[in-house]
Design a binder for this molecule. Sequence first.
Ligand SMILES: Nc1ncnc2c1ncn2[C@@H]1O[C@H](COP(=O)(O)OP(=O)(O)OP(=O)(O)O)[C@@H](O)[C@H]1O
Length: 258
Amino acid sequence: MTRSRLSVEELVIGHDGKPIGRDISFSLTAGETLSLLGPNGSGKTTLFKSLLRLIEPIGGSVRVDGQDVGGWSRPAMARCFGYVPQAGGGYFPFSVREMVLMGRTAHLSAFASPGHRDQDAAEAALKQLGITHLAERPYPQLSGGERQLSLIARALAQEPRFLILDEPTASLDFGNQVRVLQQIRRLADSGIGIVLSTHHPDQAFMLGGRAILLRDGGLAASGPVSEVITPPHLKALYGIEVQVLETAEGRICVPHYG
Ligand SMILES: Nc1ncnc2c1ncn2[C@@H]1O[C@H](COP(=O)(O)OP(=O)(O)OP(=O)(O)O)[C@@H](O)[C@H]1O
């Protein structure tokens, strides 16, 4: 099976025609994971929204298998990309099952109601995230971790080739951070391309794959996680001294507190 390839080429991102990032190029094959790190305000959300055409890029292109997505319709974009926005992603006065089923909208023709194929995709997404037991619960009553898993299930029900997650572990407790990351890693293993932003370099180590660093209006580094998440890069990115230590579980970052 040939896997889809996402190529971001010399993207220029910004707001109201004013660039905040330029020359942003990277690529990803479905099944791979890419972690995006950068200080607050460096443009991570702007980059994701530009990639998804929720904000018009100022320049450059985003291609899937060589096709420029610039001319794609919204449903065509939604069949290719799932998006889990930052922090909660809105209020849904529905049960988890209903909310996840709404992720199927991109597959429905105008005015059509969901059919068996859509119900099956929603159930499969709930199962894949291990939250079938939450299906009847009203979304507003869920905990932060349960909401985040439900939002990922909703994006997954779209059956996207690429999943874009903006700080998927923000506001989660330590256990739920690890559980959500384990699920994300499984999604990559199942063949979905994952691009996620995080403020925790350790999470890039946990996910493996590749990482890119966004700083001063451009990509400061790009490559395998082990080559990108290094003390000099972290110092340049965050202005603090950090050691990278090897442990039995993998690498971890330890800041200097002195
Ligand atoms: N709608 C907007 N209009 C104008 N400027 C914006 C808009 N949204 C964001 N910005 C600015 O663009 C810059 C990048 O913001 P963005 O939210 O992309 O950063 P970020 O890296 O995701 O930040 P954080 O880590 O704090 O979530 C910031 O200076 C921000 O103030």
